[in-house]
Design a protein around this ligand. Structure first.
Ligand SMILES: *Cc1c(COP(=O)(O)O)cnc(C)c1O
Length: 481
């Protein structure tokens, strides 16, 4: 399997890369996003043969073509088994019908940090460690988080000798559960940094580290945010998993995805390109509705971000959307690079009528406001006895608005555990969802975090200093604050 950038050809013609390279790089050097040059194909008979497999075996069969010979078969199986042993159930992603409504919840929140990001990051952390160990290399992850990505990434790489992780978050602006899931991890390779600023400030600081090429190379910086194709790959698996349980390949299935950066729903689109019979997708947004507006008008326009009950979908620009645009621009990396450059400067991007008609055949979209989100949490509990989180609630509403064919089962991706957003759930239902037992003492554990002014010089000095201490073996175990 060879990979290309969505902007390939815009800066010369780089050689296509293998899986290891794109996993370690994250973002392409030309500013684009990596994807496979061709999607692996599964025929109807091949999909039928996947029925009844365990989640881990299915994961192996679906992902094998993407990783090629990066790992030998036994090693790849072991990495998958270890990643999903960290989940509460061997099913990894249980599928629950909502009565006889034809709606089903695909619960993706049974991993260590209670959000769907664990499904990909638990595997990515292990694949990175395996590769770095084999190469005798060390990498440094620098990331910014508004909540869920930070804890999932930290949990995925904690205690790894090959990786240090520096996670920036806006001080006072993440929920207490989210903060504690990061700051109570006491591994020496984990560095939590509370920045005096907003999420955008954090993201700018992280980007500035990557843009300083000398600094980037000195620390072998790597990105594990949702633009890393390895994350998309791992998310493809559960689309097959759910569809197979509901009758694929003989029967088509529809999916609704609460969306922010478009990484999760793009994995579904990839599954469809691979041959899975998916009738259509419904993209759910909160009041930050850039995606919903695009699917209605074909025009993407950025606006201010407003805080909502579903903070992991509070985004201004959906970074993964560039991968879908790549297909809308007939896979022409040069014209797409031009369009993205223009978008960055004008804040607007428009696709042609044909391209819009093409995506609308496959995608519906809708938005849910704040009262609508709370009402949905209450409604789902009353009608079906299921307590859902505010992100899933957005999906629950738009799924019902966009059933194209009542005979086609509709799967709503449940992206977070309700206990991760207890305030909103309590407001909606009057009942505070308890943390799962395995996280029960989270609120009592000691926290470890450094403060930082919104200053790139200070951040780089901190990373330089921590890494220097860590590479002196005698002090490695003392890198704590
Ligand atoms: C990250 C996240 C989303 C958005 O997913 P994208 O892949 O960015 O579209 C939705 N819900 C929850 C709970 C999340 O953590």
């Amino acid at each position: 399997m060879r990979y290309i950038s969505t902007r390939h050809g815009s800066q010369g013609t780089p050689a296509p890369l293998g899986f290891e390279d794109i996993m370690l790089a994250g973002l392409a050097r030309d500013g684009g996003l990596y994807l496979p040059a061709d999607w692996p194909q599964f025929s109807t008979a091949e999909i039928a043969a996947l029925k009844g497999l365990s989640y881990t075996e299915l994961a192996f069969r679906i992902m094998r073509p993407f990783v090629g010979d990066t790992f030998d078969e036994a090693t790849f199986r072991r990495l998958i088994a270890e990643a999903y042993a960290s989940f509460e159930t061997p099913d990894v992603a249980p599928l629950k019908p909502l009565g006889n409504s034809g709606l089903h919840l695909l619960e993706l929140f049974h991993g260590p940090t209670l959000a769907f990001k664990d499904v990909a990051l638990q595997l990515l952390g292990r694949m990175l460690d395996q590769t770095l160990t084999a190469r005798s290399q060390h990498a440094t992850i620098v990331g910014a988080t508004s909540g869920d990505t930070g804890s999932a990434a930290i949990e995925a790489v904690r205690d790894r000798k090959t990786i240090d992780i520096f996670m920036l978050f806006p001080k006072g602006r993440v929920s207490e559960v989210q903060r504690r899931q990061m700051t109570t991890v006491s591994a020496p390779n984990v560095h939590n940094i509370a920045v005096q600023g907003t999420f955008d400030d954090c993201q700018d600081l992280a980007k500035a580290c990557f843009n300083d090429l000398a600094f980037r190379d000195r620390h072998a910086l790597t990105a594990v945010n949702s633009i890393n194709f390895a994350r998309v790959m791992a998310q493809i698996v559960y689309y097959f998993w759910a569809a197979l349980k509901l009758g694929a390949p003989e029967r088509p299935v529809a999916f609704t995805v609460p969306s922010g950066n478009f990484g999760n729903v793009y994995a579904g689109y990839a599954a469809k390109q691979m041959g899975l019979p998916i009738s259509h997708f419904v993209v759910g947004t909160n009041s930050n509705d850039i995606l919903a507006r695009f699917f209605e008008t074909g025009i993407m326009t950025t606006t201010e971000v407003v805080p909502t009950f579903s903070p992991s979908m509070d985004i201004q620009i959906s970074s993964n959307f560039e991968r879908l645009l790549f297909d809308l621009y007939d896979r022409n990396g040069v014209t797409l690079a031009d369009a993205m450059t223009a978008f960055r400067s004008t804040g607007t991007l428009k696709v042609g009528a044909n391209a819009l008609a093409g995506v609308r055949a496959l995608f519906d979209a809708g938005r849910v406001d704040e009262p609508g989100t709370l009402a949905a949490i209450a409604d789902c509990r009353r009608r079906f006895g299921e307590t859902i989180d505010p992100h899933t609630a957005v999906g629950y509403v738009v799924a019902q608005q966009h059933r194209r064919d009542p005979a086609v089962p509709m799967v709503v991706l449940a992206t977070a555990h309700p206990a991760k957003f207890p305030d909103a759930v309590e407001k909606a239902t009057g009942v505070r969802p308890p943390l799962p037992a395995r996280l029960g003492d989270l609120m009592d554990r000691a926290e470890r975090v450094d403060g930082l002014r919104n200053d790139i010089g200070e951040l780089k000095a901190m990373i330089d200093e921590r890494r220097a201490m860590a590479t002196t073996p005698a002090t490695r175990s003392k890198v704590r604050t």
